[in-house]
Structures are given as C-alpha cells and as structure tokens.
Design a protein. Structure first.
Length: 291
C-alpha cells in the first residue's frame, strides 16, 4: 500500500501497542476455551510438579527438572502451575483446571483449534498490513490468570526473552478470550517505551550450572505512574511490539482472565539468537504465518 500509513499503523509505531476491539468473534473465543478444557481434562501432571521439596540438593534437582521441562517446551504442549496448588505428595489442593497458570509453547503447531486461529486469514491480513514479509510463529501460550491466585507479571519487554538481531523483529498477538478488566489483571503499558532498546536478556546458562537460564543486564526501575491500563473485551486483540514495556497485576477478582497469545518474528534479514531459551527444533522449525 504505497507510502501512506493507516492511522492504526501510525498509532502502533508511536505507542508500541495497538488495541483492536472485536477482532475475534465470541464463537472463536469459545472454541479456544472449550478446546483448552479438553486439553486440561487429558492432562497428566508433569513429574517436576509432583516432587516433594526437602533437602537443598533435591530442591536443586527439582529446579533442574522443572527447568528442563520448561527449556524443552518450545515444540510441545506443556503445563505450568500457579504456586501453592499442590501438597507435598503432589496432589492438587484445588481443582486441577483452577491450578494451571499457563500452557505452552506450541499450541499453534500441534492443536488444530489454536493452529487455525493463529493462521486465520484475518491474522495473515493484519500481518500484511503491518508490512511483514516473512513472518514465522515462534511460540504460543494459553494464559489463565486464575481468580484470586493469578500472579502478577512484573514489567518486562518480550525481546528480553525472544532476542533477535536486529531488534524490532518480534511482535506479540494477545487475544482476550474473556473480558480483561483492571480487577482481573488486564495488561498495562508504558506508551512509547519500545524506542529505547532493551536493558536485560534471558539467556541459556552454560551446561552444568544449577539454573538453565540466567539474566544478563538489569531491569530498570520503571515509574509506575507511566503505565496505562488496557482493559479489553472478549475477542479483542492487543498487538505488542517486542520492546514495549508492559505488565499485569495480580488477579484479585473472582473471574478468570483467559488469553491466548503468540509471537511472530519477521524472518527476513533477521537472526534468532542462539542464546534464547526457545530454539527451533528439527521436529518444529518456526512455521510461516502465511500458510
């Protein structure tokens, strides 16, 4: 579309995020929520969640176990839990469907419903409007934000975890599957904060260390008054620039805040960092968005 820029594209470049209300229908949101219920019904709780904490050494093994589980989740559908939902024997203290924090990181590749949404014609059309030439999908997550226990997500930039050279090649698509409100933990952003680069990176640690990833650099102290809340109705989509600073608060309400989110990288003239925790595998090279 020549040199002219649509108003919404201009807004996205200026703020580092863009809210598109009613992008998906209620039916599409329900299909994702119903599908995740089926996935949870069949879920086996991963062993790393069931082990008891006792000695320091076992605690390290536990951390290692859960870190391997996380590190190798890029091409699988795996389950991550809120803190404090299991007793020392590994049994659920609350119903299991209320204890899951998130499911990731390859729903877009291995689940028909989420695959269809990720590659839907309206997402592809939006990618083209944004000028993406060779977008690939790098990861996806279903986030629950459970009532009362859905933990806060501290201020961060997605490029801290998904680093590319050059920067500016990562884009998040965040879909509200239920209304996201200030009470149940909607996203908050610092407008314009995507223009200052990144200050911190999460990298794979050298093998043999007790943690699987480590942080390089430090997160600055952000001024809370600069964040603006972005409540959004079910079906709304928030586009998130890889370097924009955002967060969400604890869910103190009695309603959950389900969201499906996936990240896309412009692969043209871009290199994906070998130090990222997430790596494409022979089983799952990053699939093209335009398929």
């Amino acid at each position: 579309s020549g040199g002219e820029q649509s108003p919404c594209l201009f807004q996205f470049r200026k703020d580092g995020f863009l809210v598109l209300e009613h992008f998906f229908t209620a039916e599409e949101c329900d299909s994702m929520r119903n599908q995740i219920q089926r996935i949870i019904a069949e879920m086996e709780v991963p062993p790393h969640c069931r082990t008891e904490f006792s000695t320091k050494e076992e605690e390290q093994l536990q951390a290692q176990g859960s870190s391997d589980y996380f590190l190798t989740s890029g091409d699988k559908i795996r389950f991550f839990f809120e803190k404090g939902v299991l007793d020392e024997r590994g049994n659920f203290l609350i119903p299991k469907e209320k204890s899951v924090s998130k499911i990731g990181h390859a729903l877009h590749a291995y689940d028909p419903v989420f695959k269809q949404i990720t590659h839907s014609s309206k997402v592809q059309e939006l990618g083209r409007k944004l000028g993406l030439e060779r977008p690939v999908v790098v990861q996806s997550m279903y986030i629950f934000k459970q009532p009362g226990i859905g933990g806060e997500v501290t201020p961060h930039q997605d490029a801290t975890f998904l680093h590319t050279e050059p920067l500016g090649r990562i884009l998040g698509f965040w879909i509200a599957l239920e209304d996201a409100t200030r009470e149940n933990g909607c996203l908050w952003f610092i407008p314009g904060s995507h223009t200052r680069g990144i200050t911190r990176r999460m990298v794979r640690a050298a093998s043999g260390t007790s943690t699987c990833v480590e942080f390089v650099g430090s997160e600055p102290a952000y001024d809370n008054s600069q964040f603006i809340p972005l409540p959004i109705r079910q079906g709304g989509l928030i586009l998130i620039h890889g370097e924009v600073v955002h967060k969400s608060e604890l869910n103190s309400s009695e309603s959950s805040r389900h969201a499906f989110t996936f990240h896309v990288m412009e692969a043209k003239d871009t290199s994906w960092s070998k130090e990222n925790w997430l790596q494409p595998t022979p089983e799952l090279p990053f699939p093209s968005l335009y398929t």
